[in-house]
Design a protein around this ligand. Structure first.
Ligand code: ZN
Length: 138
């Protein structure tokens, strides 16, 4: 199941992860209230998903809009003018990694769900999205 090459692994390991950030906590408590149980940062899974629901074979990533280049809100496109190139490079490499990790997960039979930080402003909608995603794999 673990198909990461050594270099990919070290790339993943060295990638910046913000564990236990605010948005992630919100999603966790929402899932918990909905009755779902999960594991956090499952190390054996590609990309160490923020939340992993083994029973539903579903991995959830909670993405900061700026760092992961969200296209649903303007935070993903508001790149500072100073060092613009550097920011864009960083954001692009995050997006690349996100794509790669999501592909690896789905190749391993996992469903991948991305929750964007901006989605937290409408919890009821997010709740429905989670419910819908987990219902289809139950
Ligand atoms: Zn967003």
């Amino acid at each position: 199941m673990d198909t990461l090459t050594k270099s990919n692994r070290s790339k993943l390991m060295s990638s910046i992860r913000s564990a236990n950030t605010g948005p992630e906590k919100v999603v966790r408590s929402l899932l918990f209230k909905m009755g779902y149980r999960y594991r956090l940062h499952a190390k054996q899974l590609p990309g160490k998903p923020d939340i992993a629901l083994a029973r539903y074979r579903t991995a959830i990533f909670v993405h900061g809009c700026f760092w992961h280049g969200c296209t649903n809100c303007d935070r993903g496109t508001r790149v500072p003018k100073t060092n613009r190139e550097k920011w864009l490079e960083k954001i692009n490499s995050n997006r690349e990694r996100d794509r790669r990790v999501q592909l690896q997960l789905s190749e391993n039979g996992w469903n991948v769900l991305v929750v964007w930080a901006c989605e937290l402003s409408e919890l009821e909608k997010l709740r429905e999205k989670l419910q819908q995603a987990l219902k289809t794999v139950a």
